[in-house]
Design a protein around this ligand. Sequence first.
Ligand code: UDX
Length: 470
Amino acid sequence: GAVVSNVRCIGAGYVGGPTSAVMALKCPKVQFTVVDIDSKRIDAWNSDNLPVYEAGLDDIVRARRGVNLIFSTDIDNAILDADIIMIAINTPSMEKDDRLGAAADLRGIKQCIQRIAQVARHYKIIVERSTVPCRTGDIISNILRENCHPGVNFDVLSNPEFLSEGSAIRDLLYPDRVIIGGLDGTEGAQNVLRSIYSRWVPEERIVTMGLWSSELAKLASNAMLAQRVSSINSISAVCEAVGADITEVARGCGLDARIGSQFLQASVGFGGTCFHKDILSLIWLSESLGLRDVAEYWDQVLKMNESQMCRFVRRIMNEVEGSLEGTRIAVLGFAFKSGTGDARNTPATQICNQLLRQGANLFIYDPKVPDEQIRDNLAGELDSRESQLHICHNAYDAIAGSQIIAILTAWKEFQAIDWVKAHSQMIQPAYVFDGHRLLDGLSLERLGFHYASVGTPSKGGSKYPNHILE
Ligand code: UDX
């Protein structure tokens, strides 16, 4: 294959760091440099305390750093001798417009491309690695063409990341697929990038396609994954009402090979940085193209997610008769999913805000989310309610003296709680509301708990109206 000596990555964040580390591991003869304008972040990559936690990442960085993996703030030098430049700069959503979705903020990427054009003296392959709106490749090509030195050419490729938090290294080492998108005439460049991945990814998993197809495949993948969660959550609402069990329904559906069994777990709703943002971006794109129905279709996936969170709070209010004013609730889990301390866009924010508004006293425990992050997320509600919020550092501190337990993240350690002890320390009648179907409801009920989980009716709680049968 083609000879590549220098690969550079601009953006030392969650995408750029792990991607470059795994590539450096698998391509020992290629030099990788990860650059960022944020010198604190680069310092952290050069320390024992990496700014990103992912299982396996530490070991890889320790093995390759200073060998063929360098972290630096010298962006211009990195550009100069690069053969390939990966762009891994984050593209947050701009202010959300309720009807129109939200555009992604491309300012960071544009500035960085401008810089590449000004500095570069020879041919380079530019690779979009972070999620970008469709046709960003076009914008990048134009900026390069208009600002480059005479005679310097570029090929622009799209190579979207499909990393899931908590399993980023595994996802990079054993990807389901690697997509390399490019315009007509960039086949040579696509092959160069392919030659990097083919060192560890089976050939049939590396697919090339058009640039815009590749950009859209990324948005569509996340939109469809989120849609599956909204689909199963919508059915969970029906289960609770008619007396069916969502785990059984999901099993009945998932055994159809066309549907598949993964990603069908009912929950309090999806969170995280990607699903919400990418759907907003897809809605924005559809609206811009005049595709109203398409925009509304995807908007419904977000609406279903909101409604799932509200339904969870309403269920607590319905089952615990009377108001929640002054009721002590142990909130177990705040992260948007287990295995991470990431609380960006976590359903817990909305649920806790609603509970605070009902006057409940929250005792929140999460094994990984920093206290400050929890306070930040709830800041909007806290002005007058500071005294209702307590952050605990183990589950029992949150539970003792509470009447209600709400499970908002599926942390495995909650399964190991001593429920006899927990029950004895709670105000009676004690309730558990399980937002992730994490616990064994029958044994909790045997201990005397009122147990309610997403996707199953509460004891005697099925409200199946007779007239449907008539
Ligand atoms: C996701 C995609 O999986 C990944 O491919 C993409 O590149 C980035 O976005 P991530 O946000 O890390 O990754 O988390 P993921 O594990 O996909 O979960 C997202 C949310 O959906 C979580 O809040 C999770 O609790 C929820 N979820 C997931 C469910 O509620 N039910 C499920 O069955 C699966």
